[in-house]
Write a protein that binds this ligand. Sequence first.
Ligand SMILES: CC(C)(COP(=O)(O)OP(=O)(O)OC[C@H]1O[C@@H](n2cnc3c(N)ncnc32)[C@H](O)[C@@H]1OP(=O)(O)O)[C@@H](O)C(=O)NCCC(=O)NCCS
Length: 175
Amino acid sequence: MNLVNVKKITLRKLEFSDCQRMIDLVNNKNITKNLLDRFPIPFTFKHAHRFIENTKTSQSATVFGIEYKGEYVGNIELMHGQDVYRKGAIIGYFIGEEYWNKGIASAAVKMMVDYGFKYLDFVKISALVFDKNIASQKVLEKAGFKVEGIFRKAVFKNEEYLNEIHYAVFSEDIV
Ligand SMILES: CC(C)(COP(=O)(O)OP(=O)(O)OC[C@H]1O[C@@H](n2cnc3c(N)ncnc32)[C@H](O)[C@@H]1OP(=O)(O)O)[C@@H](O)C(=O)NCCC(=O)NCCS
């Protein structure tokens, strides 16, 4: 299913034909410094292919490519909670740097949250953000997420400890 919104933003399944563009977008320290280490530099064809392959088979995540005006510009995913956490999910996303500050992530996060509540039956969607990542915090706050807590030195990234802010939004908050 494709989800389209008025700003010409579409969420759609990833295809193997997205591999090269994903490699171009992810091989950027300004992107990877704010992501899990499963997005390393260099981000190779093997990484991209395996990532897309997993989206086709995994039951534990829902992943979409983000299109802006018909171009693939980034990814967004919900990692499904397991066991007693199964009514919750954790959202993750990136947008290629050349497309930043056009409102794309803000729109995509709202669409993904609506999708998670409406079609995947989650009641809570969380986001874990490194405290220096102000752009992502703004995106989340615009989508209705609220801070639940700050976890000091929760992250060890690029040889540095980082504090992490936990955000969440609940299905009952979204009308
Ligand atoms: C975070 C990210 C997804 C934002 O994507 P985007 O499409 O540019 O986001 P939007 O345009 O919807 O909104 C960005 C907001 O942050 C603001 N912003 C951007 N850089 C900023 C900075 N350095 N300091 C303060 N605000 C900043 C923008 O002005 C905008 O706010 P506004 O709408 O109130 O003006 C993108 O920067 C990215 O992919 N970063 C690397 C990966 C990442 O951080 N993923 C999220 C992990 S939790």
